[in-house]
Design a protein around this ligand. Structure first.
Ligand code: DGL
Length: 271
C-alpha cells in the first residue's frame, strides 16, 4: 500500500525539469513533489555517457533512500537517453523517462522535415537513432546540439534576460542545414528548452522558417504516463509544500526562489 504522502521524485541536472513538472502539477495537483537538481553535475550534455550514467544512478539511489518516492520521473533527455535502462534496473519503483518527441513530430509534420534541438550528448545517442528509425522513416530529421540554450534557460529562471543571439544561433544551426528551410516541427529535446520557447519562436520567425512551424516536446505524454501509473493511488487531501533538493550549495539557489515558488517548490535543501 502506497502512503498518501509518498512523493513523486522529479529529477534533472538543473531547472529544465520544471517544464515537465508544470504538466504533472496540472494532471495531479495533490501529488507531493520532490524536485532534485544535480547542480554539482550540470551540464550533463557536455559529459561522457559513462559519467552521466554513473552520476544519475548514484544520485537517484541516494534520493530514493531518503525520500522513498512512489515513482521517479527523469525529466532530462540527456540522462534518459543514456541511463534510463540502468536507472530502471537499480530502482525498485517505476521510472518514467523523457526522450525526444520524435513520434508526435513525425505524425504532425506536413513538410516531412523535422528539426531536433538537444544537448550534444542527446543528439548523438543510439536511442535517438532508434526513435528516428521506428517513428520517422521517410522523414528528414535534422539534429543540432545547442548547449548554450541550457545556460540561457537557467539564466531566464534566475530572472535575467539572455542574449537574443543565443536563440538566433540555435535556430540557424537547424535552418542552415540542407533542407532546413522546410522544417515545420522543431522538437525541444532537452527539458530546459521549453522554458525559452517564446524566444526560440521569435528567432525562428526572424530566420524565415515556415509560418506553420510548431515546437514539440514530450511533457504532456509524461504527465499522462505518470497519471496512468499512479491511477487508483491515494494522495494528501490538499496540495503540500514541494521540496527542491540540490547537489550544489543551497545559497546558489537564492536567485531561483521566485521562479521555484511558482511551482510550489518552497523548501530548499541540499543532498
Ligand atoms: N535538461 C537536460 C536535458 O533534458 C540537459 C541539461 C544539461 O546539459 O545538463 O537534456
Amino acid at each position: 500500500m502506497i502512503a498518501p504522502d509518498a512523493p513523486i521524485l522529479v529529477f534533472d541536472s538543473g531547472i529544465g525539469g520544471l517544464s515537465v513538472l508544470a504538466k504533472i502539477h496540472k494532471a495531479l495537483p495533490q501529488a507531493p513533489i520532490v524536485y532534485s537538481a544535480d547542480y554539482a553535475g550540470l551540464p550533463y550534455g557536455e559529459k561522457s555517457e559513462i559519467e552521466v550514467a554513473t552520476r544519475v544512478c548514484a544520485f537517484l539511489g541516494r534520493l530514493s533512500e531518503r525520500y522513498r518516492p512512489r515513482l521517479v520521473v527523469i525529466a532530462c533527455n540527456t540522462a534518459s537517453t543514456i541511463a534510463l535502462a540502468h536507472a530502471r534496473a537499480v530502482l525498485g519503483v517505476p521510472v518514467v523517462g523523457t526522450v525526444p518527441a520524435i513520434k508526435p513530430a513525425a505524425e504532425q509534420t506536413q513538410s516531412g522535415v523535422i528539426g531536433l534541438l538537444g544537448t550534444k550528448a542527446t543528439i548523438r545517442q543510439a536511442y535517438v537513432d532508434r526513435l528516428a528509425a521506428e517513428h520517422a522513416e521517410g522523414k528528414l530529421l535534422l539534429r543540432h546540439g545547442a548547449p548554450e540554450l541550457v545556460a540561457a534557460a537557467e539564466a531566464r529562471l534566475r530572472g535575467e534576460t539572455p542574449d537574443r543571439d543565443i536563440f538566433t544561433t540555435a535556430i540557424a544551426g537547424l535552418a542552415n542545414q540542407a533542407g532546413g528551410q522546410r522544417i515545420d516541427r522543431i522538437i525541444l529535446g532537452c527539458t530546459h528548452f521549453p522554458l525559452v520557447e517564446a524566444e526560440l519562436a521569435e528567432a525562428a520567425t526572424a530566420a524565415g522558417l515556415d509560418a506553420h512551424l510548431r515546437f514539440v516536446d514530450g511533457s504532456d505524454g509524461i504527465a499522462r504516463r505518470v497519471s496512468y501509473l499512479t491511477d487508483g493511488q491515494s494522495w494528501p487531501d490538499h496540495p503540500v509544500e514541494g521540496i527542491f533538493v540540490t547537489t550544489g550549495p543551497v545559497e546558489q539557489i537564492a536567485p531561483y526562489r521566485p521562479a521555484l515558488s511558482r511551482y510550489n517548490l518552497t523548501r530548499i535543501m541540499s543532498l
